[in-house]
Design a binder for this molecule. Structure first.
Ligand code: ZN
Length: 163
């Protein structure tokens, strides 16, 4: 890290601590050349994108909201919170890869909400087949009982498949 006062690469970290519910780390730094003290904050890089909803409206991507939807769909299933968070993290990683979200133009990339739902499902399927169906019924909005039963049948085949 370059010293903002003397522009020399002679700074060292004197203290580090977690801030913001553990999602950021603040480092106190001191310059050995000029003695200048300053701080830096390192945070998890959030996925920044616009989500196109089924009804055509656009909303900023909100991982907490997505996690809330997944949590609600899985509330009767024995899935640890940590696993749900890991699924969301995997979905964000997939989205970043698919959409190369580093947008040079300055406008936020646009993601279809259906794509996000499909990614959640692809990760959920191997974790808990019943939760997979519950989430699918919410996010794909099954239009018929047959459609729902077909998904349930798929999930049962996955869960009864020999390991
Ligand atoms: Zn300095």
């Amino acid at each position: 890290m370059i010293c903002p006062a003397c522009q020399k690469d002679t700074t060292r970290v004197s203290d580090s601590r977690l801030v913001g519910a553990g999602t950021s780390i603040r480092r106190r730094r001191v310059c050995k050349n000029c003695g200048h003290r300053f701080s830096t904050v390192e945070s998890v890089e959030l996925l920044r994108a616009q989500v196109r909803k089924r009804n055509g409206s656009l909303q900023p991507f909100d991982r907490e909201k997505l996690l809330g939807g997944l949590r609600a769909a899985c509330k009767r299933r024995p899935i640890p919170e940590q696993t749900l968070r890991a699924i969301i993290a995997a979905v964000e990683r997939d989205l970043t890869r698919i959409h190369s979200l580093a947008s040079a133009s300055g406008t936020l990339p646009e993601i279809n909400s259906q794509d996000i739902g499909d990614l959640v499902l692809s990760h959920l399927k191997s974790v808990d087949p019943v939760a997979y169906v519950l989430f699918a019924s919410v996010y794909q909005g099954f239009s018929s009982v047959e459609e729902f039963e077909r998904a349930l049948g798929d999930a049962k085949r996955v869960s009864s498949a020999p390991a």
